[in-house]
Design a protein around this ligand. Structure first.
Ligand SMILES: Nc1ncnc2c1ncn2[C@@H]1O[C@H](COP(=O)(O)OP(=O)(O)OP(=O)(O)O)[C@@H](O)[C@H]1O
Length: 261
């Protein structure tokens, strides 16, 4: 059984891509077959895995979704790239923005990505979708395709307001489009454990949401190594295997798998 997890927060720069890469590779290191889907036209996930010019890639998520819309025949594995750390990637680039705009008049536009994922999921244990920082149609497609949503929250600003908007969208999707959608959990990222501010944010998130939503036990520390790894084309496990961020993402991978049990 494959589990599909959307990694979403409409706030930018909170660690969605970093979490997609390192949770994905963390799960692969623990014996799972993993597909990462870049659902952000910025192509940050694609670039983070070493494809530094996403706009030069021919077949992307946009191509696949266009094929579904036009009911064109295609191989379900078209466009999938293999990364040396044992994960697969369906890349994205700027074409996804154009697609999002042109979907306005498409019938059943919320379920286009799901139609594809239902086919490809037979080949994987986990599919992680790195969402863009907006709650537009591509993100809705990701939420409709997913079994659960993992929400990274940067522990450096007051996140309560932004989270309410996301939770509203999740509730709407659950009501109208995907009754089985769960919240995998809120993950605190870029936590500076030396400061009281980080502790305050953490306490605030737990107080505000902890009664209804899982807050992951592990949180991701702030670290220059984590910031550097985005430009390296590999995971934190390859770049800084003994560092605290590596240990945190290994813990997160275990926690996510424990949810299945
Ligand atoms: N634990 C960390 N410590 C320090 N820097 C980090 C950490 N995690 C991520 N970063 C850096 O913070 C920036 C934002 O991270 P990331 O790209 O993962 O966020 P995002 O939510 O995917 O952004 P966007 O909304 O633009 O897609 C990046 O430069 C990344 O390298």
């Amino acid at each position: 059984m494959c589990k599909v997890i959307a990694i979403a927060n409409q706030k930018g720069g909170v660690g969605k891509t970093t979490t997609s890469v390192n949770l994905g590779i963390g799960l692969a290191r623990q014996g799972n077959k993993v597909l990462l889907i870049d659902a952000d036209p910025q192509g940050s996930l694609t670039a983070s895995l070493g494809y530094i010019e996403p706009d030069d890639i021919g077949v992307t998520l946009a191509t696949i979704m266009m094929n579904v819309i036009n009911e064109e025949e295609f191989e379900v594995t078209d466009g999938i790239l293999h990364h040396q750390e044992n994960v697969d990637l369906l890349p994205s680039n700027i074409e996804l923005s154009g697609l999002e705009v042109s979907m306005a008049n498409v019938i059943s536009r919320e379920v286009i990505m799901k139609e594809y994922i239902e086919e490809i999921k037979k080949q994987y244990d986990y599919i992680l979708i790195d969402c863009m920082p907006s709650l537009g149609m591509i993100t809705i497609n990701a939420l409709v395709s997913a079994d659960s949503v993992l929400v990274p929250v940067q522990a450096a600003y007051l996140p309560v307001k932004g989270l309410q908007q996301l939770i509203k969208t999740i509730t709407m999707v659950r009501k109208r489009l995907n009754r089985n959608l769960k919240v995998e959990g809120i993950l605190l990222t870029m936590v500076d454990f030396r400061t009281n501010f980080a502790k305050d944010i953490s306490a605030q998130v737990r107080k505000e949401y902890g009664a209804n939503i899982n807050i992951f036990d592990c949180s991701i520390p702030v670290s220059v190594k984590a910031a550097e790894t985005s430009a390296e084309g590999r995971s934190i496990f390859a770049y800084c295997p003994k560092g605290k961020v590596s240990i945190a993402y290994e813990e997160l991978s275990k926690e996510v798998q424990a949810h299945e049990n």
